[in-house]
Design a protein around this ligand. Structure first.
Ligand SMILES: [Cu+2]
Length: 621
């Protein structure tokens, strides 16, 4: 079961043809499953399978929108090949790194495996050096839709991600006539290093929708929607209510199976068929809102685990999540598959149609959501008679005026801002009270490091399991929420949690610092320790105004949705701004595991830690 390193001659490997994964050298650099016009990934489609799969990580050109850039790919394609195996089979995949000067890796996202096979350099194995091959090998214990991606440098953001399907050993409770894999992602011609550096220098750098000076004075629609006092508050906090995503459609092309919106990836169906769509959000930084206008979707699986079928018109898929849905189009017509970025700065687009020459209308981007008091963790906060929990659609002009003299900047280095003084304590105007309180470090839990890396502490974070995502509160149709997800079979561990643990998601937006409990990841940071088979309720508190998809390797946890015994089992949970969410974990996988925000740049900035589960096999407690 142990992985091993092998030396392999690259030329003979390439010549063997074993590595092509269904892609021909003459075809576009897309695997067969991802090509437009595909009839779906059924049993006769060439995929990588069997007990001797060979993958080659390398550099390849990638073209979208008529431009060509440099991608990091597996077997030459973006997305990577579809790997399809069966529960109970042996997983044996040899990965060769042909990059000239960089280590490579593959992490099998959502897969239960021995930690040495998890593929995170520095945590679970040393990484794969140039010219080296690492053989991943373990038994496949479960079925579902998963994916795989690099955990090295910015290789994932540069295109190294692909789908991984484990078919059930027995009968699949989900019946379908046809299936398509839908990998959503984001691609930029600007190197991720450059994007990251620009964000470090100026958070909001790519937010060209922000409230500009013109907007502040009411010359655009949002300027008019928000009264001056509230706009001034945002400005004074040096934050922006349009700051939904760090990197936006201004620099990203949103991809559906490697196709830009203009290339219109098309998947075929026959009217009347039950079509299974396996959605995977393989983006570096983009949360998507997915809908197929005119076609209801039935969610049947989340993060690789079956759920009771639930009918929706739209769902949010955060980075690294997967959702399987069934659609049953009965008409002989095309449907547009819309994957809007959550900040509404752009759209991934594809088509489902009976024939290749058909397409449907593409709806315009909906108006961008604005952050509100809830997203600062101040839902339902009352100061005297003034409720700060402003229901959508309320006339915000009724809010009281703001006195500039009262704002606490003790948490931040904003003391040099002109016109700002220490709070006098006399004026208790509600908004100033709010902005003071969200920076009141005395509210921090005792084990949090409250340095410059923390610019906000949620005062009254609400549980977000029942909340639709940002901008989906009143779209006028059914949007999936976590509380809709009910596990199809009873959760395996009936024990109640024996302890609880609170982890704060922390940041300084302006300086693009991201961390857990105020501590940016380094080898000096104490890991999060679980005793083997311990059952723990973990509560994630989001002390930031961004959403974070938090991913734990090597385990499924049960998102606490108020349906004990049938909580949805997930590997990634999205935590909305200023809210909290809990999961119950049985720490049954011994080893060292990565635990991190799956927004690639947040992880790189330090929102990452190691989870240790002890004792290991053969170790005495
Ligand atoms: Cu994050």
């Amino acid at each position: 079961m142990k992985g091993k390193y092998q030396k392999m001659d690259r030329r003979s490997l390439l010549a063997s043809g074993a590595v092509l994964g269904g892609a021909s050298l003459l075809a576009p650099l897309l695997p067969v499953w991802a090509q437009s016009g595909t009839s779906g990934s059924g049993p006769d489609m060439p995929t990588l399978t069997g007990d001797n799969i060979q993958l080659i990580v390398g550099r390849s050109p990638f073209t979208v929108g008529g431009r060509t850039g440099h991608a990091v790919t597996v077997n030459g394609t973006l997305p990577s090949p579809l790997i399809r195996l069966r529960e109970g089979d042996n997983f044996r995949v040899a990965v060769t790194n042909t990059l000239e000067d960089e280590d490579a890796s593959i992490h099998w996202h959502g897969v239960l495996l021995p930690f040495q096979m998890d593929g995170v350099p520095g945590i679970s194995f040393p990484g794969i050096r140039p010219g080296e091959t690492f053989v991943y090998e373990f038994p496949i214990l479960h079925a579902g839709t998963f994916w795989y991606h690099s955990h090295s440098g910015f290789h994932e953001a540069l295109g190294q991600y692909g789908p991984l399907i484990f078919d059930p050993a027995g009968t699949d409770p989900v019946t379908y006539d046809r299936e398509h894999v839908i990998v959503l992602s984001d691609w930029s011609y600007i190197h991720p290093h450059v994007l990251f550096d620009k964000l470090k220098k100026a958070e909001g750098y790519f937010n060209f929708q922000k409230l500009t000076a013109a907007g502040l004075f009411g010359e655009d629609d949002h300027g008019q929607r928000m009264p001056l006092d509230e706009r001034l508050m945002w400005q004074r906090m040096r934050m922006d209510p349009t700051d939904i995503a760090d990197v936006t459609g201004s620099v990203y092309s949103y991809l559906v199976n490697g196709h830009g919106p203009g290339e219109n990836w098309t998947g075929l169906f026959q009217p009347g068929e039950r079509v299974r769509l396996r959605f995977i959000n393989a983006s570096a930084m983009t949360v998507f809102n997915v809908r197929i206008p005119g076609l209801p979707m039935t969610v049947v699986q989340a993060d690789g685990n079956n759920v009771r079928p639930v009918a929706v018109d739209e769902f949010m898929i955060s980075v690294a999540e997967t959702y399987d849905v069934i659609v049953q189009p009965v008409e002989d017509r095309a449907y547009t598959l819309v994957a809007e970025s959550s900040d509404r700065s752009g759209m991934g687009r594809g088509t489902l149609a009976p024939r290749m020459d058909m397409m449907a209308d593409v709806p315009p981007l909906r108006s961008r959501p604005l952050l509100g008091m809830d997203d600062m963790g101040m839902a339902g906060m009352n100061h005297g008679a003034t409720a700060l929990d402003i229901p959508a659609g309320t006339d915000r002009a009724t809010l009281p005026a703001i006195d500039h003299s009262t704002m606490d900047h003790s948490l931040t280095d904003r003391g040099t801002m002109p016109g700002m003084e220490e709070p006098a304590g006399a004026d208790t105007d509600s908004m100033d009270m709010a902005s003071m309180n969200m920076r009141d470090k005395s509210r921090a839990p005792p084990d949090m490091d409250v340095g410059p890396g923390v610019d906000m502490i949620a005062m009254n974070p609400q549980d977000s399991a029942g909340k639709p995502g940002l901008g989906l509160e009143d779209v006028g149709h059914k949007v999936l929420v976590y509380t809709d997800l009910v596990a199809l079979s009873r959760n395996p561990d009936p024990r109640p949690p024996s302890r609880s643990l609170e982890i704060h998601l922390t940041g300084n937006m302006e300086r693009f610092m991201w961390s857990f409990d105020g501590r940016k990841f380094s080898s000096l940071v104490e890991p999060i320790r679980f005793a083997r088979n311990e059952r723990v309720r973990v509560t994630l508190v989001n002390d930031t105004m961004m959403q974070h998809p938090i991913h734990l390797h090597g385990h499924f946890f049960e998102v606490v949705t108020g349906n004990p015994g049938f909580h949805p089992m997930k590997h990634t949970v999205n935590v909305l701004p200023g809210t909290r969410i809990s999961f119950d974990l049985t720490a049954d996988a011994p080893g060292d595991w990565a635990f991190h925000c799956h927004l690639n740049f947040h992880m790189h900035a330090g929102m990452f830690n190691v989870v240790t589960v002890r004792p290991l096999d053969g170790q005495v407690e």
